[in-house]
Design a binder for this molecule. Sequence first.
Ligand SMILES: *Cc1c(COP(=O)(O)O)cnc(C)c1O
Length: 231
Amino acid sequence: MTPQDYAHNFAQVKHRINQACLQANRDPNDVSLLAVSKTQPAAAVAAFIALGQRAFGENYLQDALPKIAVHPDATWHFIGPIQSNKTKPIAEHFDWVESVDRLKIAQRLSAQRPTDRAPLNILLQVNISQEESKSGFLPAELIAAAQEMALLPGLVIRGLMAIPAATDDMAAQRQAFAQMRVLFEQLQTTLPQHPIDTLSMGMSNDLEAAILEGATQIRIGTDLFGARVKS
Ligand SMILES: *Cc1c(COP(=O)(O)O)cnc(C)c1O
């Protein structure tokens, strides 16, 4: 991939966002783009920073840390599964964690967030398609868990994240995203004192459906960076 390829992909993704917003009668400024740079080299991150991109998503701690060290002024979102023995470096190095899927992880992130940094922004991951293989809160347990997490001083709850079951059927994509939007609105009502402003849903294959159903952040890897580098 050359810098020209990245510029082309970036323009294409922005165009898709704009088209979906037009269809949804939404302001494109209300949909932020998270560039998912997992497995990609620091040079690829640099290319997107040069194009004006600021927010990057990473799934693997060891893969992310060198890139964060090179680009400390970008905004870094942890979006991968979290083992409890990795919470400390995650709390130290990231600005957001989108994949909080159990209370214990939230408690550890809160306790381990350095006091000289702003509270860690978190999203609660929801297993919206209720798949055995996926992590995340089940819809029925989400609100009670959020109420407990809202008491943790090192965190600020910003909203929800989901990875619905993969499907090419747009009606099915929209149905899962619409369920997320209902939960998001419930969360806003439950925690009126919290800045619940982020509904992170939609990836390369389903960003249009997500935007139509109210996503405020989409997470794009493949359609920006090309196929992932296998490690
Ligand atoms: C890899 C990943 C993405 C990006 O997926 P693409 O289909 O490559 O756009 C988004 N969100 C999460 C949580 C991911 O792990």
